[in-house]
Design a protein around this ligand. Structure first.
Ligand code: ACO
Length: 324
């Protein structure tokens, strides 16, 4: 258990909105199929902005919302599986875009796929023992690793970024994080080739491939397990929770979990209709939107829960009732 305060939040979508009807013109699919199987109606795709640009824009909003100076930031963590480049890290690029080059900043990326923000949030909350203000970002331009001719994946994903500024406070957190290793390559991209021969210039694919049904079953199992784990740690029940913010992958996955837990679906926040699955950005975007909509009580309890490639998963229960 650790204690923090979420001082500010912000989010941005990518520039171009793509509807299911737009995708109908590109691949053999239909709005009806996509909505019925996933709940998704549209997604945003980046045309000119890379992951660090989206991260920077979301950060500016979170810093403004937190009512701090950007110079107060001591740590920047970016959760992403679609960085601008292999190095420098996206966090260092965000530092530069914020004009904090001369400030002492501990900046790094983590790749936990769609669980990335949860992982980053949990690391950040522990780092608050050493630092006062931490910027945690989930940002993705996942469109660049999607095969836009593959109907089984291209309808699911979108680009965007969400950010939080964390500080020290009285809000209690209960964390759970796990990973299982992906021996079956359930969610997978090819890697960069090892250079055995300097003449080797074989083209490599970096597109995401997915065994959708396996991910579906995995997601239902681990979302329930993760929520139950943090509830047990806290001694609370699901009835004590005001809102669950799940990774925004698929309405049917979330609905199955709600049914299995015998919880009304309205307790699960969803924006996937508009955004699709933005991977590591999905939970911070959803949190910031829910807050904007007045759905996060000032003295309430929220569970963040997610899963992703790795296979990774986890949850955090944010208990702000004791902090009043
Ligand atoms: N439009 C029309 N038909 C389609 C489409 C499409 N976009 N995609 C697949 N189909 C077809 C299939 O080819 C198949 O046809 P067939 O029966 O003739 O073979 C049929 O629809 C049924 O396919 P299924 O894969 O069984 O469909 P399902 O109901 O399982 O839905 C889906 C597929 C939406 C991918 C679902 O399995 C799912 O959501 N899985 C989880 C995916 C997920 O959350 N991924 C993100 C992980 S997070 C991360 O870290 C990246």
């Amino acid at each position: 258990m650790s204690s923090i305060e979420i001082l500010g939040t912000g989010y941005v979508s990518a520039e171009k909105k793509i509807s299911n009807f737009d995708l109908e013109k590109r691949v053999d699919t239909s709005d009806e199929w996509i909505v019925q199987r996933t709940g998704i109606s549209s997604r945003y795709v980046s045309e000119t902005e890379n992951t660090s640009d989206l991260a920077y824009k979301a950060s500016l909003k979170a810093i403004e919302d937190a009512h701090i100076q950007k110079e107060d930031i001591e740590v920047i963590i970016v959760a992403t599986m679609t960085p601008d480049c292999m190095t420098p890290s996206t966090a260092c690029l965000v530092q530069a875009k914020l004009g904090l080059n001369d400030c002492p900043i501990f900046a790094f990326d983590i790749n936990g796929a769609c669980s990335g923000f949860l992982y980053a949030f949990q690391i950040a909350s522990d780092l608050l023992n050493r630092y006062h203000h931490i910027l945690v970002i989930g940002s993705e331009t996942i469109s660049k690793m999607i095969d836009w001719n593959d109907r089984s994946t291209c309808v699911l994903f979108g680009d965007g970024a969400g950010a939080m500024v964390l500080g020290r406070g009285e809000t209690q957190l209960y964390h759970y994080a796990n990973s299982e290793g992906d021996l079956q390559q359930v969610l997978h991209t090819e890697g960069l080739p090892l250079i055995h021969d300097l003449q080797n210039s074989e083209p490599q694919t970096h597109f995401l491939t997915m065994k959708g049904n396996d991910v579906f079953r995995f997601a239902i199992r681990v979302l329930k397990e993760s929520i139950e784990n943090v509830l047990e740690q806290s001694g609370l029940t699901i009835d004590d929770i005001d809102l669950v913010i799940p990774h925004q992958a698929n309405y049917r996955i979330i609905n199955h979990v709600a049914k299995k837990m015998k919880v009304d679906i309205s307790k699960f926040y969803m924006n996937l209709q508009e955004f699709g699955n933005t991977s590591a950005a999905s939970i911070p975007i959803a949190y910031a939107m829910a807050k904007e909509e007045g759905l996060i009580p000032e003295h309430g309890r929220v569970i963040l829960v997610g899963f992703g490639a790795g296979l990774t998963y986890g949850a955090t229960l944010i208990d702000n009732v004791g902090g009043q």
